[in-house]
Design a protein around this ligand. Structure first.
Ligand code: F0G
Length: 459
């Protein structure tokens, strides 16, 4: 009782060795990968912070669920177990399992968007934007203004700008807005949470215009924890109660269960509209599978059902958010500029502020990602002009992103405090030598989502 240290609320039953490489080896490996960390082999990475997606450790209970998985093609027991949990947490009338989040996104947007439509979001994740735009609709980000200032502190920096939403709907007409989406937490905006008050305000705007509200629920449990910690009136509620209220304001959701589903693969699409559900089911059958498995094995559905319950555990969420904040604090103490306050699943380094001598079109974030690998075998990801910018095919000019961030995403239940201390030390050394870093030139790209495969050379 009352101890200062928040411990991992689990012990380790199965371990996976990781291996150090030498700096000379890493120089060679990174060159072979075209300075793109996505193109490295995972075995050559010591601490992999590329993503928190599908990289978590399952619990003993989840592995037991895997064994219980019912592999019947249709109507499997595992499907009904999952349905029960979805009813309990999210409360939507209809749902479809999908193989991951973007499959749910494709089916949703193909079913609801026409060319010329507009989809507002606090900030679209890259696959969400790409799936909106693949239908000929336009994806518009309208976070609150402070969200674009990395060092500014705000308890709910993931909030949507409600006035901007009103103005956008007035400009394009409500009939051109098939749905409004809220990404909880706001991944591309720094893993920042959204307040319940903001969700209610967005809901009120949607109601006035008869527009459905959808939640991108990837990290809903982490968002609920921030509401519990930071929003008045929620301190005594359970994460489950907060989640139930959050989703009661929505007409549907997409989710990559690879985050707060605590599984390595899986996704969800849910709604309350029966005719929409029927057309979505038709699309699902075309490419994913029968509606009771959606491209997953029965055991995956079972592990997801167990994971969705575990993720709302108070001790788990306290540890989870504390461990991310711990890395944020250690970087801040070393003078590294990060997005403040620390978000839920990751620490975002402000590469533009750290490397002011590297202009955006020379990709300061990508240069920092390369250096973290060279210095300590750590893999991170750029969330800046490489991910969200574009090269004009005619002029060759680069459209740059609003922020140049590097994300250190923390897999769930995988690393211990000493791993995180190591990351802090490597980052402090890179920061001390920041003036020696040089930018990169993009030598090959394949848009959209060019960041996965682009190649670079050192300037
Ligand atoms: N929405 C958000 C907010 C996400 O962060 C992601 C994935 C998706 C949708 C798509 O889900 O990968 O299962 O198809 N984010 C991962 C990441 C890839 O690294 O942040 P998916």
């Amino acid at each position: 009782m009352g101890r200062r240290t928040i411990i991992e609320p689990f012990r380790i039953k199965s371990v996976e060795p990781i291996h150090m490489t030498t700096r000379d080896e890493r120089v060679h490996l990174l060159e072979e990968a075209g300075y793109n960390a996505f193109l490295l082999r995972a075995q050559d990475v010591l601490i992999d912070l590329l993503t928190d997606s599908g990289t978590g450790a399952m619990s003993a209970e989840q592995w037991a669920s895997m064994m219980r998985g019912d592999e019947s093609y249709a109507g499997a027991r595992s499907y009904y177990r999952l349905a029960e949990v979805i009813e309990e947490i999210f409360g939507f009338r209809f749902f479809l399992p999908t193989h991951q989040g973007r499959a749910a996104e494709r089916i949703l947007f193909e079913s609801t968007c026409r060319p010329g439509d507009v989809v507002p979001n606090n900030t679209h994740f890259d696959t969400t934007r790409a799936n909106v735009e693949a239908t000929g609709a336009r994806a518009v980000d309208i976070p609150i203004a402070i969200a674009r200032r990395p060092s500014a502190i705000h308890p709910f920096k993931g909030n949507m700008d409600v006035e901007a939403l009103e103005a956008l709907i007035a400009e394009v007409g409500a009939e051109r807005v098939p749905l409004v989406m809220l990404t909880v937490t706001n991944n591309s905006g720094g893993g920042q949470p959204i307040s319940m008050e903001n969700v209610r305000a967005v809901r009120a705007v949607c109601d006035r215009h008869g527009i459905p509200l959808y939640i991108d629920a990837c990290r809903f449990a982490e968002n609920c924890w921030f509401i519990r910690e930071r929003e008045e009136g929620y301190a005594d509620k359970t994460p489950l109660e907060i989640a139930r209220e959050l989703f009661s304001y929505a007409d549907g959701m997409t989710m990559s269960a690879k985050k707060d589903g605590l599984v390595n693969i899986g996704g969800l699409l849910a709604c309350n509209d029966e005719s929409l559900f029927k057309s979505e089911s038709r699309l699902l059958i075309l490419t994913e599978g029968f509606p009771t498995y959606g491209g997953l094995a029965g055991r995956d559905l079972d592990a997801m059902a167990t994971g969705l319950r575990e993720v709302l555990d108070i001790d788990y969420l306290r540890y989870r958010i504390a461990s991310t904040a711990y890395l944020g604090r250690s970087l801040t103490e070393a003078g590294v500029p990060i997005v403040q306050p620390t978000g839920g699943h990751a620490v975002y380094i402000d590469a533009a502020a750290m490397l002011p001598h590297i202009p955006a079109h020379h990709y300061p974030g990508q240069a920092l990602v390369a250096e973290l690998y060279l210095e300590g075998g750590i893999r991170a990801v750029e969330i800046g002009t490489v991910m969200f910018g574009a090269t004009d095919p005619e002029s060759g000019e680069e459209r740059t992103a609003p922020m140049e961030l590097v994300r250190l995403a923390i897999p769930r239940r995988v690393f211990t405090q000493s791993h995180i201390d190591y990351v802090g030390e490597v980052m402090a050394d890179v920061h001390a030598n920041r003036d020696t870093l040089r930018g990169l030139a993009m030598t090959w790209q394949s848009p959209p989502l060019r960041h996965f495969t682009a190649r670079f050379a050192r300037l």
